[in-house]
Design a binder for this molecule. Structure first.
Ligand SMILES: CC(C)(COP(=O)(O)OP(=O)(O)OC[C@H]1O[C@@H](n2cnc3c(N)ncnc32)[C@H](O)[C@@H]1OP(=O)(O)O)[C@@H](O)C(=O)NCCC(=O)NCCS
Length: 147
């Protein structure tokens, strides 16, 4: 059974490890703690299957807009529809919070991830040159939620 719940302090190590595995770097544990404990804009969620953590979603609700900070599944659970469920959940949270525009940044080279976002109606609105630490460009993508 798949569930999505708010992230707690006890999930920080899981998220840290997942970020390291999928992105090669992490927000760092201290920052993840701060996000959970002190940042009222931050809404982080954990996806579980049979109570095992399989993914997470980080959102910043900056009324009237919101940003996807990160979304990731453990490698063995990718490309099986779980990401769609997480993104649907993000959009539902935005709808409930009357968010108008949901944005995210994605590496230009991740064409399958870009297609994933496009399938949800995200559109490229800007290109951020040399945005990442390795100087890869980012696409800023946006989706209108409550119009
Ligand atoms: C990006 C990510 C969250 C998508 O979640 P997912 O569970 O793998 O994706 P889904 O199985 O729900 O697939 C949704 C759609 O995305 C596309 N897609 C996902 N993975 C794909 C892949 N490896 N190759 C091609 N298309 C892919 C497909 O269009 C798919 O639609 P379909 O099922 O109708 O074919 C997940 O692959 C992941 O964690 N990747 C590593 C971390 C990452 O890059 N995060 C994004 C940072 S911006």
């Amino acid at each position: 059974m798949v569930e999505i719940r708010r992230m707690h302090i006890k999930d920080v190590s899981f998220v840290y490890d997942l970020e390291k595995t999928t992105f090669g770097f992490s927000l760092e544990k201290s920052m993840l703690y701060d996000e959970i404990l002190y940042n009222e804009m931050a809404h982080y969620y954990i996806m579980t299957e049979h109570q095992q953590r399989i993914g997470y979603l980080g959102l910043w609700l900056t009324n009237p807009n919101a940003e996807i900070i990160n979304i990731a599944l453990v490698p063995e659970k990718q490309s099986q529809g779980y990401g769609k469920k997480l993104l649907e959940y993000a959009i539902k949270v935005c709808e409930e919070n009357k968010v108008k525009t949901l944005t995210l940044e994605v590496r230009k080279s991740l064409t399958h991830v870009i297609e994933f976002y496009q399938s949800f109606g995200f559109k490229k609105i800007h290109e951020r040159k040399r945005y990442y630490h390795d100087h890869e460009d980012a696409w800023l993508m946006a989706k209108e939620v409550n119009v």
